[in-house]
Design a protein around this ligand. Structure first.
Ligand code: LHQ
Length: 262
């Protein structure tokens, strides 16, 4: 599949997916969703060990393209639930279920579903000039793409409700202070910081990181006893992995490990 609305490449185990409608702050259309779906399927099979999602131009993603035919202006009977069911919910789950770390490299404004897609990634790194906007209330909607699930878990109900009911911009520095995102870095350092993070994760024990994200995301739904069982089972699996053998051998030989991701 050739892409018109995104860029995708995978080099040296680093997959890079760039939302590429800069004139519209990379807002999602139905066509863009199809391309992202295709690219994420490729990431699973092309040898990638980390995925970086970012935006072209001055924005990360402005959420749903409000002019796309999926939500034609003035059309009162449009079924937004269908758009969520077909596009946004599967995308959130695909990112969460990708068996490797996913970095959201938030280069500029992330609004609506664009903000919540960033926040469902495993590590969110943002340029200082970037911002997060829960724009939904401004157009009479509630936060989707997992926002009502992710936000209270990340920042608690007080801040989740303030952010979503007011829909004001939250700058990247404050987002990092609040624990909404992993890191905020100066704009000049942003590309190098993203590259360093991706390079480091591409050489990490991928299977262990995949099990780590699965365990942490699922922890909210399990009891401590069930979580301990899950940790036992996952550790049993990882204990038989090439990367565990390599990690221990490297530690004992006082040399850096060479992980293969399995
Ligand atoms: C856009 C958009 C946009 C189209 C900027 N659409 N053109 C799921 C299921 C189904 C349906 C509904 O929604 C959802 C989930 C959602 O995502 S709902 C939330 C949708 N997103 C928004 O409501 C955000 C709308 N955008 C904004 O509030 C602002 O553009 C932000 C705060 C993101 C950035 O503001 P500025 O930096 O001042 O940029 P701008 O407003 O001048 O935008 C630049 C261009 O991008 C402009 O186009 P133009 O041709 O006039 O230069 C905007 O119209 C276009 N654009 N967001 N979502």
């Amino acid at each position: 599949m050739g892409y018109e609305h995104i860029l995708y490449e995978s080099n040296a185990a680093i997959a890079r997916l760039t939302l590429n409608r800069p004139d519209k702050l990379n807002a999602f259309t139905t066509a863009m969703h199809a391309e992202v779906r295709d690219a994420l399927a490729r990431t699973r099979t092309d040898g990638s060990r980390v995925l970086v999602v970012t935006g072209a131009g001055r924005g990360f993603c402005a959420g749903q393209d409000l002019a796309d035919r999926a939500v034609a202006p003035g059309e009162r009977r449009v079924d937004l639930g269908e758009s969520i069911e077909k596009h946004y919910a599967p995308l959130v789950l695909a990112l969460r279920r990708l068996p490797m770390p996913v970095i959201a490299a938030v280069n500029g404004v992330a609004a609506g579903a664009g903000a919540n897609l960033a926040l469902c990634c495993d590590l969110v790194i943002a340029a200082r000039s970037a911002s997060f906007v829960q724009a939904f209330a401004k157009i009479g909607l509630l936060p989707d793409s997992g926002g009502t699930w992710t936000l209270p878990r990340l920042v608690g109900n007080a801040r989740a409700l303030g952010l979503t009911m007011l829909g004001d911009k939250l700058g990247a520095a404050e987002a990092a202070e609040w624990g909404l995102i992993w890191r905020c870095v100066d704009d000049a350092e942003f590309p190098a910081a993203v590259e360093a993070l991706a390079t480091r994760l591409a050489a990490a024990p991928t299977l262990a990181l995949a099990r780590t994200k699965q365990a942490i995301y699922g922890a909210w739904e399990r009891s401590l006893a069930a979580q301990l069982d899950l940790e036992r089972d996952a550790q049993r699996e990882l204990g038989a992995s090439d990367d565990y053998a390599e990690g221990v051998a490297a530690f004992l030989a006082k040399r850096p490990p060479r992980f293969v991701g399995r």
